[in-house]
Design a protein around this ligand. Sequence first.
Ligand SMILES: *Cc1c(COP(=O)(O)O)cnc(C)c1O
Length: 430
Amino acid sequence: MRKLPFDKAKLEEISAKWPTPFHIYDAKAIRENAKRLKKAFSWNKGFREYFAVKAAPNPHLMKLLKEFDFGSDCSSMAELELAAKVGNVGEAIMFTSNDTPAAEFRRAWELGAIINLDDITHWDSVLEAVGGTDGSSDGLAPKPIDFCDRLFCCRYNPGPLKVGNSIIGKPEEAKYGMTREQLFECYSRMKAAGVTRFGLHAMVASNELDPDYIIDTARMLFDLVVALSSELGIQFEFVNIGGGIGIPYRPDQQAMDIANVGDGIEKAYKETIAAAGLKPIKLFMECGRCITGPYGYLVARVLHIKNTYRLYAGLDACMSNLMRPAMYGAYHEIVVPGKEDSSETSVYDVTGSLCENNDKFAIQRMLPVLAPGDLVVICDAGAHGHAMGFQYNGKLRSAELLLESDGSVREIRRAETLDDYFATLDFSGL
Ligand SMILES: *Cc1c(COP(=O)(O)O)cnc(C)c1O
């Protein structure tokens, strides 16, 4: 049974002020985890985690992570603005987008972000968006931009060279990144345009629990840096191994030992970058899930118990608060505070109220016997949880709360109201 950072009495106290459902994040645990991550990579001078904003796009969480010098990994206009709002600008932003609108390249450029190109054609898009030229144009283009102080990165897709992982799928079927040949061409074009500062990126896994997969990805990128450096005569400043470190959603799964991953990547670094005599390069990652995922909880209450062909526990939360079970069939552990030690159990489908039959947090789950009014805590909702919420069926997104290290609770996002829901409609003239 999962150990929670609050008991039933504390949750009742919180829900007197913020009615269920709500998301609550454990600040102390997030801090401890951030420290562990930094320690695992302390061998690498300049190591930096860029928190994947999409996992939990809340400025208060981003600010908490900034205490550890975590930057922001952004892939949309809103995420760029959020980063700027918490003071993550310049090279504290990794702009890893795909199919990118020009306005977003422009904004990323204005903010001084590290721009990570998903495709070889995106170099032209950047040039166009920021009004630069690569020197090969017809003279009608705006005057050249000085790229030499800006960091640019390319996203590599190894295709069939790398075996896929279950969520992200086979690399050759993934829409992200460039082929090896395109990488060489893109870097040489950037070099010709005056770019002098380079990084290399790949992200080929999602929710991966095998440390070797992450270590092998780093090694693959280090090898590629060695090849690119010698063939093109350019110098790399960083390798970004992406996100994708998994968390143990199921009770029988083990958390990845991050210290072990750090050691494995250090060994790969020594055998490649260091052995080739290259200048030291920085290791970046852009994890989301493993940074906040295990430390966020969706707290709801049982509204109804229904006994038909199955036994149903209907909650006051629904899939608009947590999409993962409906979307991926994902497993999320459920704890019933106050009934943790109950010996009486029943098998439930735990549902929400959406008119969709996949609106279920758990299917045929053994739980303590439930009654209306019971508090229910859905674990591991701290990443890709609230963030994925939507308003289908007129369901509103819940509040987000932060359980501070001193035990106090702070609202970091209010719950939506019907006025929010109707805000984009004009009822006049009906
Ligand atoms: C989603 C995403 C991440 C974060 O992935 P996690 O699985 O949450 O670690 C990082 N980088 C990119 C480009 C992404 O799309």
